[in-house]
Write a protein that binds this ligand. Structure first.
Ligand code: HPA
Length: 273
């Protein structure tokens, strides 16, 4: 059997030895949203370190565990702390958690992240609904022998971010009085922030926001047929757009400033999607 699939099965077995919980919706939380788990009626938590072969996150501010529980009546699994390509893991490990949540039974995936704004109409603290993505800046997680147990060799990517879900997100944001931008997310490897020239390139490519996660997870999840929505928190304007040098502290501060609103939006989306 394929080594990537074998690893997934070992992880699945490891989680299943601890919980039989069957989630309907999976959530991956970005920087600053780690405490979203407080919104969940927690049934069980499984630390990544308890899962055989699981890539454990090294980024400060990212807790490493799956939280199983309910948001209102919706059974969810929440990935508290994600795995990033810049940590040095192979792409197949980076998307392992997303695939694992699909194998645990989740049919829907909500992705969140912190991102730099490329679109000059955006400002720090805005939320952006992902309409599409560009993964040209990172290796595809689907490279290698196809995992036919999960999906086809040449999967369609014409609607990675479900139109049905996008409409619900917009409706929920409107109900909550939260303004929502829309646009295309560009994933680059990081960990350095972009140069101003790279930012201009991303803009010419057609991007509205740039970050270091999400699109690879969306691609792997779409490969296995999950329905996906993604929301970015624009924590800063990308390099060269604002004159200020970028820092992780600025990213964290903006994410913290809008965390309450972000939590409200994600909760409403999860319940209604
Ligand atoms: N670039 C890349 N990733 C990011 C940024 C950025 O400006 N802000 C938050 N995550």
């Amino acid at each position: 059997m394929n080594a990537t699939y074998q690893k997934l099965e070992a992880c699945l077995k490891s989680v299943r030895a601890k919980t039989g919980f069957k989630p309907e919706t999976a959530l991956i939380l970005g920087s600053g949203l780690g405490d979203f788990a407080d919104e969940i009626q927690i049934e069980q938590a499984v630390d990544y370190s308890e899962i055989t072969g699981f890539p454990t996150s090294t980024v400060a501010g990212h807790r490493g565990r799956f939280v199983f529980g309910y948001i209102e009546s919706v059974p969810v699994v929440v990935m508290q702390g994600r795995v990033h390509y810049y940590e040095g893991y192979p792409m197949t490990d980076v998307v392992l958690p997303a695939r694992l949540m699909g194998m645990l039974g989740a049919k829907k995936l909500i992705l969140t992240n912190a991102a730099g704004g490329l679109n000059p109409d955006f400002k720090p603290g805005d939320f952006m609904l992902l309409t599409d993505h560009i993964t040209t800046g990172v290796p595809s997680p689907l490279i290698g022998e196809n995992l036919k147990e999960l999906g086809p060799r040449f999967p369609d990517m014409s609607e990675v971010y479900s139109l049905r879900m996008r409409n619900i997100v917009k409706e929920q944001a409107q109900n909550l009085g939260i303004s929502l931008q829309e646009g295309v997310y560009v994933q680059l490897t990081g960990p350095s922030y972009e140069t101003p020239a790279e930012v201009r390139m991303c803009r010419i490519w057609g991007g509205d926001a740039v970050g270091m996660s999400t699109a690879c997870e969306a691609m792997a999840a779409r490969h296995m047929g999950l329905e996906i929505c993604g929301i970015s928190c624009i924590t800063n304007m990308a390099a060269g757009i604002s004159r200020q040098p970028l820092s992780h502290q600025e990213v964290q501060e903006t994410a913290d400033r809008v965390a309450v609103q972000f939590k409200k939006l994600i909760t409403a989306v999860t319940v209604n999607i």
